[in-house]
Design a binder for this molecule. Structure first.
Ligand code: SAM
Ligand code: CA
Length: 220
């Protein structure tokens, strides 16, 4: 027994997956296709995807946002968990990898729920605010360039309704957060955001040691 979070060995991790993972076939196929790509490690872990799907169900999310699409694993997870009238605005700066995403959204029958916006995410978020969408989203997943996170977080707070949830990925940076190198700007940005979030009274907070660290911030 332990009163601190278990340090997962490979065997315990395998066990966890073997008794809990329910990865739909289409997500398995997307994971296999992405595994052949150079940036494959950017994709979220399958158990994290399943956890995020549960979050979507728990908060009854309908309108959602994603910042950082890549080949679309997390966006597909979210879209599959949404009700039939749910929607996702998916932001990426790169047009290429999301072409793979679109193929799988189509295959899974959720392409009509997803609006892909190819542009710097900050631009898209500011545009949504200008389009009077503040306070209208239920859920946002932040998983793009780490130095952009502080801006994405602030914009998502504006765009979310009260009680809406922001999930922020890679907040443990493979452990590098405890001793970031001085030139590791991405990790330094995450460290600064983690510290800011710790004292941010606008949200309820929990940092989950799943995947590479997933911070949950619920707008009060
Ligand atoms: N969530 C994805 C998944 O589960 O497969 C992984 C996203 S990957 C870690 C990060 C993505 O952020 C990349 O596709 C990259 O093109 C995108 N990105 C980087 N800088 C960006 C920016 N300024 N605006 C929007 N997207 C950006
Ligand atoms: Ca990530």
């Amino acid at each position: 027994m332990s009163n601190k979070t278990l340090n997962l060995t490979d065997k315990v991790y395998e066990y966890l997956l073997s008794v809990s993972l329910r990865e739909p076939e289409v997500l398995k196929e997307l994971r296999a296709e992405t595994a052949r790509m150079p940036g494959a490690q950017m994709q979220i872990a399958p158990e994290q995807g399943q956890f995020m799907a549960l979050l979507i169900e728990l908060i009854g999310a309908r309108k959602t946002l994603e910042i950082g699409v890549y080949t679309g694993y997390s966006s597909l997870v979210v879209a599959l968990a949404l009700p039939a009238d749910g929607s996702l605005v998916a932001c990426d700066i790169d047009a290429k990898a999301p072409q793979i995403a679109q193929k799988y959204w189509q295959k899974a029958g959720v392409v009509d729920k997803i609006e892909l916006r190819i542009a710097p995410a900050l631009q898209t978020l500011d545009k949504l605010i200008a389009e009077d969408k503040a306070g209208s989203f239920d859920f946002a997943f932040i998983d793009a360039d780490k130095e952009g996170y502080p801006n994405y977080y602030e914009r998502c707070l504006i765009l979310l309704r009260q009680g809406g949830l922001i999930a922020i990925d890679n907040t443990l940076r493979n452990g590098r957060v405890v001793a970031p190198a001085l030139d590791d700007k991405a990790t330094l940005a995450i460290c600064a955001l983690n510290e800011k979030l710790h004292h941010d009274e606008r949200v309820s907070l929990s940092m989950i040691p799943i995947g590479d660290g997933l911070t949950l911030a619920r707008k009060k």
